[in-house]
Design a binder for this molecule. Structure first.
Ligand code: GDP
Ligand code: MG
Length: 440
């Protein structure tokens, strides 16, 4: 697919911004990739529109093609939809914290219960109780008991003749009395979604009010993923999703489908039959799997990196000479804005921590960047090169010209002086900032 995509734009050397036809051509291939990954059609449609809005007019990085740039945008958007932040299981509640496992039969609920319990016990030192509410399959309770034995975790005593709600209540009582931290309620599934399953699941949830309701689903669910996720979420309001059989040959499109229709986080992945086969969800890895274009994505990232490195190298050359005028400050400010604030470049520079803190403390936001750049732009060329020229009357003129106050000008000049001093010091010593940037 990557070849197909880059092929479209072979011979195209034009740079600049993405045109609508660039985007459309690339999105046709992306749509195909998403459908091949079994993302539900409904979700594909919405997602493509979302990307189109973002992509048209976007800038194309030097040395990549428009097609590659669109792939990168698609990838970023995919990661954003899948969830940029990790979503661990939430155990923040008065113990015993109940975790209810829901989903279809064979989805991997019981196995997942064992996997998560093992991790909580071994990694987080939790005292865990497992309870099977599966009264439908005769061997189900025994399956969980054997699992518990394998990982040395307690299971609720099996009592015949109780319904799932009665078992769940008994489990909660037992968990409280026994001083357990976490209680797993492993429910029975059905082969497909039906009213009986939904009613039972809803009834158990209402009776136990679990802290987490984890929807366990096969990653190979394909087009049914949307329906499945929507049904469970509407009926019992899940708190998270676990996808199993990631080790199979599916591309994981279900992750995007389920996340898109419920907005609920994918929390965990089952990656095999063994009890160790449990992984946290990494959006970028799954995005890569769905799109199958990881190579293009890293190519574009590298290209973007190179461009800012070129800028940094230019800067470093000047700094080595100990030169840092207000034009340089302006370039720095623009670059920092591009990198998402002071957290970016400055935070990485030795010796800059203190200044970063000062600036953060002053409620650093984008508007301040813009204002500082405006101030510098209101200065003459001479003033930028020789800040010592900036006497009171010049400062007044610049404040008026940039729509700021003399106080703002003073602050900026002070900041510039601090930075220039630091650069001078560093250019004298070996290493330091200039050394570091020069080596890039
Ligand atoms: P339940 O009906 O939802 O409780 O499903 P089970 O936990 O009993 O699992 C059904 C089958 O799927 C079992 O044979 C498991 O070994 C298998 N299984 C569960 N999770 C995974 C997984 O992540 N990868 C693979 N390959 N098999 C799994
Ligand atoms: Mg089961």
């Amino acid at each position: 697919l990557g070849d197909r995509l880059s092929g479209i734009f072979d011979g195209l050397t034009r740079r600049g911004n993405l045109s609508e036809s660039d985007v459309n051509a690339a999105l046709r291939e992306v749509r195909r990739a998403l459908i091949e990954a079994d993302v539900s059609l409904e979700v594909v449609r919405g997602f493509i529109e979302q990307v189109r809005d973002r992509a048209v007019g976007a800038e194309v990085t030097k040395s990549v093609t428009p097609g590659q740039q669109v792939v990168k945008i698609v990838n970023d958007e995919l990661v954003a939809v899948l969830g940029t932040e990790a979503a661990p299981l939430d155990l923040n509640a008065t113990p015993p914290v109940a975790i209810m496992m829901v989903g279809l039969q064979g989805a991997g609920k019981t196995t997942a219960t064992g996997k998560i319990a093992k991790r909580l016990k071994e990694k987080q030192n939790k005292k865990v109780l497992l309870a099977s509410l599966d009264t439908r399959r005769p061997a189900a309770m025994e399956q969980l008991r054997v699992l518990g034995e394998q990982i040395d975790v307690d299971t609720l005593e099996i009592v015949q003749g109780q319904n799932p709600v009665e078992i769940a209540k008994r489990a909660q009582k037992e968990a409280k009395l026994g001083g357990y931290d976490v209680l797993f309620l492993d429910t029975a599934g059905r082969t497909h979604i039906d009213e009986e399953l939904m009613a039972e699941t809803a009834e158990i949830k209402a009776a136990t009010n679990p802290h987490e309701v984890l929807l366990v689903a096969d990653a190979l669910t394909g087009q049914d993923a949307v329906n499945l996720a929507r049904s469970f979420d509407e009926r019992v309001s899940v708190t998270g999703i676990m996808l199993t059989r990631i080790d199979g040959d599916g591309r994981g499109g279900a992750a995007l489908s389920m996340r898109a229709v419920t907005g609920k986080p994918i929390k965990l992945l089952g990656t095999g039959e063994k009890l160790e086969d449990l992984e946290d969800f990494h959006p970028s890895r799954v995005a890569d799997r769905i799109l199958g274009m990881g190579d293009i994505v890293s190519l574009v990232e590298k290209a973007a990196d190179t461009v800012s490195q070129e800028e940094a190298a230019k800067m470093a050359k000047k700094m080595k000479k100990g030169v840092f005028d207000l034009d340089d400050l302006k370039n720095q400010l623009l670059q920092m804005k591009k990198m998402g604030g002071m957290g970016g470049l400055m935070g990485m520079m030795p010796g800059m921590g203190k200044m970063k803190k000062q600036l953060d403390g002053a409620n650093f936001d984008e508007k301040i960047f813009d204002r500082q750049v405006a101030i510098i732009q209101s200065m003459t060329k001479k003033e930028r090169a020789t800040p010592a020229l900036l006497n009171a009357s010049r400062r007044k003129r610049i404040a008026a010209g940039s729509g700021t106050s003399v106080q703002d000008i003073n602050k900026l000049i002070k900041m510039h002086r601090q930075m220039a001093d630091m650069m001078k010091k560093m250019s004298k010593g070996k290493g330091g900032l200039a050394g570091m940037l020069g080596g890039m």
